[in-house]
Ligand binder design. Structure first.
Ligand SMILES: [Mg+2]
Length: 217
């Protein structure tokens, strides 16, 4: 270990996937709601449920690997109908921004974290059906010591157990020695409650990346 080890403020950096390495689905829901002339909060509630909580909403159950996405899609359509809204889960895909390519500055950020001696992980709320679509988008094996997918472990953010599980898998990292990046505020808040350094990634990821670089010393 060189002097970097003493200057470094963290031993691990945990990254969300959607909205961090790829465009945010929340931004897509915003575009979708504007297009349909409905409130963002209403669209979010129907499509993704109360996302700062872990509930029995069909999307949450799908992210925990409890139901297939086809069932979630159907139930979500019905939830929308009851509120007089015509919302299809799959519309989100059509409104995802970007060019289908990952956000390169964030990939470089992971490489710098590893070069500084940090362990790295993905902590993603995801659905089993998307596995073959998202995993090839970035070089997971090169970049991460662990990939924790909610649909595989049956736990989803913001449940604190998914953060604890990740820190365990990384070799028992102290929460205070770990940074966590996510594009959804509720997930960042949950990480901070555990003592982690929670960093919100906005549409421009530059400030979040700068914070990581500062922590790397
Ligand atoms: Mg995200």
């Amino acid at each position: 270990m060189g002097s970097g080890a003493t200057l470094r403020a963290v031993d691990a950096v945990l990254y969300d996937f959607g909205g961090v390495f790829m465009p945010s689905p929340f931004a897509a829901i915003r575009t979708l709601s504007e297009e349909q002339g409905i409130e963002y909060d209403d669209a979010l509630e129907v499509l993704f449920g109360s996302y700062h909580e872990d509930t029995d909403h069909p999307w949450h159950r799908c992210e925990r690997g409890e139901i297939p996405i086809t069932v979630a899609r159907q139930e979500i359509r019905e939830l929308g109908r009851r509120r007089g809204l015509d919302l299809d889960l799959f519309q989100i895909l059509k409104h995802l921004g970007g060019n289908g390519q990952p956000i390169e500055p964030m990939i470089d950020c992971v490489r710098r974290a590893r070069a500084a001696g940090c362990r790295t992980a993905i902590v993603t709320n995801n659905v089993a059906e998307a596995k073959d679509l998202w995993r090839p988008l970035i070089p997971l094996d090169e970049l991460f010591d662990a990939v924790i997918d909610s649909s595989e472990v049956g736990i989803r953010k913001p449940d604190p157990r998914i953060y604890e599980l990740t820190l365990d898998v990384l070799g028992g990292i102290e929460p205070t020695r770990a940074a966590f990046l996510d594009d959804f505020p509720g997930n960042v808040v949950a990480a901070r409650k555990l003592g982690m350094i929670g960093i919100l990634v906005e549409a421009d990821p530059t400030p979040a990346i700068r914070q990581i670089d500062e922590l790397l010393g």
